[in-house]
Design a protein around this ligand. Structure first.
Ligand code: TXA
Ligand code: MG
Length: 326
């Protein structure tokens, strides 16, 4: 085993080493196509406890369990509706998390005491290889939140993870390097505990995508139970600088907009993405860059509030805590 927590070349050996670290109760941060996750053995209460300590996250906030394929769904969940299976068949592996009734092996220590569990099969090949290897040696799966301190911006590179959690990880923990996250914002979360699916967190899988497969619950319905869901707090995914939605930055402030939008005078243009995919990919890195530059604020201008922009808008709104230029 190497002494460094950083495993840069994700070969079969490094995957085995990381998997062994998980088995021994240590933490492994790993790349997924959405953001980097901070993983632990989902059946080991002590290991999962360390996730909460390292993140500084309250223990009643549930974690997503990452499994290798739809074949593992019945091990972790029960009373699975047909529509959830249809969604899993179409969108797994991929950036979608299903909330289901938990099975007996899913402990209170991962669900925050709730009787439901989040499940996801990521598509990133390093994540999948790690989960497959870990399932092989452990009869378990990987519980993982985003690998950032509670309430902060999710990491989209190994360097971000080091910056967020380096101080809190032990020398036995590992960080796998998978380059920059391809999508850049967290998975779409869908509540599958009722008659109809309901989107709890927007992401790369959009309501339009879902409607091609299932009937979505009417968002305006009042028949929505209260579930504990940390990403639904009003301030989340937030950098140190103030985040504003709109296009009126003052000189000395930061600005993120599509490449066809001009940069106002004296403003720091943080990035010039050319389309919504690129915009998502650079959003969190732009927040971090604004902090590194010591800027007081970053203004984010988007051209639309539908389709994939809905998820971008959601993260800006959470980070901005309602700031806007209107
Ligand atoms: O893309 C992602 O989803 C990333 C990667 C690493 O998979 N993970 C992620 O995990 O964003 P986390 O813990 O940072 O955010 C997951 C959200 C939290 O807001 C949590 O409250 C919610 O999912 N969640 C997890 N289990 C839940 C449950 N049983 N019921 C309701 N919400 C749940
Ligand atoms: Mg998170």
């Amino acid at each position: 085993m190497s002494n460094s927590p950083f495993l840069s070349n994700c070969t079969e050996d490094t995957i085995r080493e990381a998997s062994a670290a998980l088995k021994a109760g240590h933490l492994v941060a790993f790349p997924t196509e959405t953001v980097y996750g901070l993983g632990a053995d989902a059946r080991n209460p002590d290991a999962v406890k360390r996730i909460y300590e390292v993140k500084g996250r309250p223990t009643d906030h549930p974690l997503i369990v990452h499994i290798s394929s739809i074949n593992q769904i019945e091990k972790w969940a029960s009373e699975i509706p047909d529509y959830a299976i249809s969604l899993a068949r179409v969108f797994w592996p991929g950036p979608m998390t299903l909330i289901l009734k938990r099975s007996e092996i899913a402990g209170d220590f991962i669900t925050g005491g709730q009787d439901t569990l989040g499940l996801r099969v990521p598509s990133n090949p390093i994540a999948l290889a790690l989960i497959q290897e870990f399932e092989k040696i452990s009869d378990s799966a990987i519980a993982a939140p985003s690998a950032n301190r509670f309430g902060q911006v999710s990491p989209t590179s190994m360097k971000d993870v080091e910056e967020e959690l380096g101080l809190y990880l032990s020398t036995y923990d590992k960080i796998l390097d998978g380059g920059n996250s391809n999508i850049g914002i967290e998975s779409t979360i869908i509540d599958c505990t009722r008659d109809y699916p309901k989107v709890l967190r927007h992401g790369f899988v959009t309501p339009e995508d879902l409607c091609g497969v299932v009937v979505l619950k009417d968002e305006s319905s009042s028949d929505v139970k209260q579930i504990k869901f940390s990403g639904s707090f009003s301030s989340h995914y937030a950098p140190k600088c103030s985040v504003f939605l709109g296009g009126n930055p003052k000189p000395g402030e930061g600005f993120l907009a599509l490449s066809d939008v001009d940069t106002p005078n004296g403003v720091h243009r943080i990035s010039t993405p050319t389309n919504v995919h690129e915009f998502m990919r650079v959003l969190y890195a732009s927040f971090r860059r604004a902090d590194h530059l010591g800027l007081p604020a970053i203004w984010v201008q988007i051209p639309s509030e539908s389709g994939l922009w809905l998820a971008v808008l959601d993260r800006i709104s959470k980070a901005s805590c309602g700031n806007s230029n209107v």
